[in-house]
Design a protein around this ligand. Structure first.
Ligand code: HEC
Ligand code: HEC
Ligand code: HEC
Ligand code: HEC
Ligand code: HEC
Ligand SMILES: [Ca+2]
Ligand SMILES: [Ca+2]
Ligand SMILES: [Ca+2]
Length: 381
């Protein structure tokens, strides 16, 4: 049993004993309990303020109106502690699969990550079935932040359809949300839609010690780690322009004008620039081939809408479910999948900037024959 599991178990036992007034002598439990309780309180406080602890989040309440009120087995792994423990086999059920529906309002608590099965975990499976190995403690994170569905589903959906034929009622496809492990793995995971004949970067080898989820993220607060023994942000060791989280988007190391707007901006801004060009390319292509103009609003489900007035933006009125864009051709479905892939990991610019840029560049290039948007001036990393 690992130290982490031991701590949690010891604390639970110790606290239970303390509460069990009269049946034990104070001296037997008080000393270890105090020490451990102090440490545990610190971890618990950090966790309590995190998104994982937020029982009111939509991610843990999406199924509340279902009858029965539970999370289907297919979704439970990442949206409940019961489902995650079931997946790990920590509840005594078969490991590697969810056997029972999960509970709603059951956020990611201590028992999800601290059990023997979680301690032993070293690999995670991505949404396309590919396994990432040798992940250490970050395997826990990668198991949920791995995507649901993949570009393989796109390939299957377009089988037998000519590249520029409209697929009736076809909705945009994506790999779900916050799939940071899929971004980080790049071509080693293959979760983006990778165009044949092109080569893609693999796992982002950043620098020591910022190569894994838990090296950068405090596993409890989820915020960026501090420099050990100091209160300074870990990133500031190497990126002198970073003082706090507001500054990540200013980091600029590559010094390349990827989006071809004539200025070398931060990695974040270059990616945002490339994204805007991809949206424009999809709009241009769809106007030529689909009979409707594609528009994108990353804040409003289902994100793809018809830009009815063709002004290049999706207004609140246009972002209506009934106005969903459903005139995808295979060529468009692939490019739109990549747009979603880089958008739904808002930290793609940190997790694997080059992979994100390559996918977008190739998507723009593939649409260019009909979109009126060329890759002239753009740089493929
Ligand atoms: C591989 C892990 C995984 C699986 C399986 C999974 N999800 Fe998610 N889901 C996530 C993560 C991570 C988020 C990010 C949470 C957020 O942004 O609120 C998320 C977010 C969501 C959200 C919130 C989106 C938002 O805009 O806030 C919904 C709704 C959702 N998932 C539905 C589902 C449904 C339905 C299923 C089953 C068909 C499912 N999920 C299966 C990992 C998963
Ligand atoms: C999302 C997963 C996750 C959740 C939820 C979580 N932990 Fe942790 N915890 C970790 C990981 C990973 C580590 C190891 C950190 C390291 O050593 O880099 C850790 C370390 C610890 C440690 C230190 C033990 C050691 O090995 O150094 C304690 C104590 C602890 N957690 C308690 C808790 C408590 C109490 C809760 C609930 C309030 C909690 N954790 C919730 C993932 C989690
Ligand atoms: C059992 C599934 C699960 C595991 C394990 C898990 N996460 Fe999450 N994570 C989620 C879900 C679901 C959300 C969205 C929660 C919400 O919307 O409140 C999320 C949110 C996040 C966020 C976004 C925080 C924010 O403020 O928006 C970060 C960062 C994160 N997780 C990192 C990690 C790290 C690092 C680990 C490993 C130590 C980890 N996660 C393990 C499911 C998981
Ligand atoms: C180089 C350090 C680093 C590594 C490695 C890293 N992250 Fe991140 N991640 C960050 C930073 C910094 C942010 C916040 C970015 C921001 O606020 O714009 C972030 C954001 C996130 C988010 C939230 C995105 C959002 O804005 O809602 C999730 C979820 C996440 N990371 C999960 C992971 C997981 C899982 C891994 C491992 C597969 C991982 N990260 C690896 C630094 C890292
Ligand atoms: C130990 C030094 C070190 C630390 C700590 C570090 N980085 Fe980096 N970072 C680098 C190096 C070196 C590169 C260039 C890597 C490359 O291009 O292959 C880089 C590149 C980047 C890039 C640009 C990627 C690109 O290809 O343009 C971003 C964004 C970034 N780091 C964010 C962060 C964040 C956020 C943190 C803190 C969580 C962080 N870094 C911590 C050394 C570090
Ligand atoms: Ca199981
Ligand atoms: Ca630029
Ligand atoms: Ca409009």
């Amino acid at each position: 049993m690992k130290k982490s599991t031991l701590f949690v178990l010891l604390a639970v036992v110790a606290l239970a004993l303390v509460a069990w007034v009269g049946c034990t002598t104070k001296a037997a439990v008080e000393e270890p309990a105090e020490e451990i309780t102090a440490e545990l309180n610190a971890f618990s406080a950090k966790w309590a303020g995190s998104a994982h602890a937020d029982a009111s989040s939509y991610a843990f309440n999406h199924w509340n109106t279902e009858d029965p009120k539970e999370i289907p087995t297919y979704c439970a792994k990442c949206h409940s502690t019961t489902g995650f423990r079931d997946y790990l086999g920590a509840d005594g059920s078969e490991a590697g699969k969810v056997d029972a529906p999960g509970k709603v309002m059951d956020p990611i608590n201590c028992a999800a990550c601290h059990n023997d099965a979680a301690d032993k975990l070293d690999a995670a499976t991505l949404g396309n079935g590919k396994q990432l190995t040798g992940l250490g403690k970050s395997a826990i994170c990668a198991t949920c932040h791995s995507g649901l569905g993949s570009s393989k589903d796109v390939t299957d959906a377009v089988k037998g359809v000519a590249e520029d034929d409209v697929m009736p009622d076809q909705e945009m496809m994506a790999d779900h949300y916050l799939a940071a492990a899929a971004t980080m793995a790049g071509a080693d995971g293959g979760m983006g839609f990778q165009y044949p004949g092109k080569s893609y970067v693999g796992t982002f080898k950043h620098a020591e010690p910022v190569n894994s989820c838990t090296e950068c993220h405090d596993p409890h607060s989820l915020h960026t780690q501090k420099i050990p023994g100091s209160d300074a942000n870990l990133c500031s060791t190497c990126h002198s322009d970073v003082k706090s989280y507001q500054d990540y988007k200013k980091i600029s190391l590559a010094k390349v004008d990827y989006d071809g707007d004539g200025t070398v901006e931060s990695t974040y801004d270059e990616i945002e620039g490339m994204k805007a060009i991809l949206v424009k390319a999809l709009a241009g292509y769809s106007t030529a081939k689909s009979g409707a103009t594609f528009g994108f609003n990353p804040m409003a489900y289902p994100y793809a809408f018809i830009d009815t007035n063709g002004d290049g933006t999706i207004s609140e009125e246009e972002a209506a479910y009934m106005n969903q864009f459903k005139a995808f051709t295979p060529r468009m479905l692939k490019a739109a999948y990549n747009l979603m892939f880089v958008t739904k990991d808002p930290a793609a610019y940190i997790h694997n900037a080059r992979y994100a840029l390559q996918l977008m560049y190739d998507s723009i290039e593939n649409l260019s024959e009909f979109s009126g948007v060329s890759t002239k001036g753009l740089v493929r990393p």
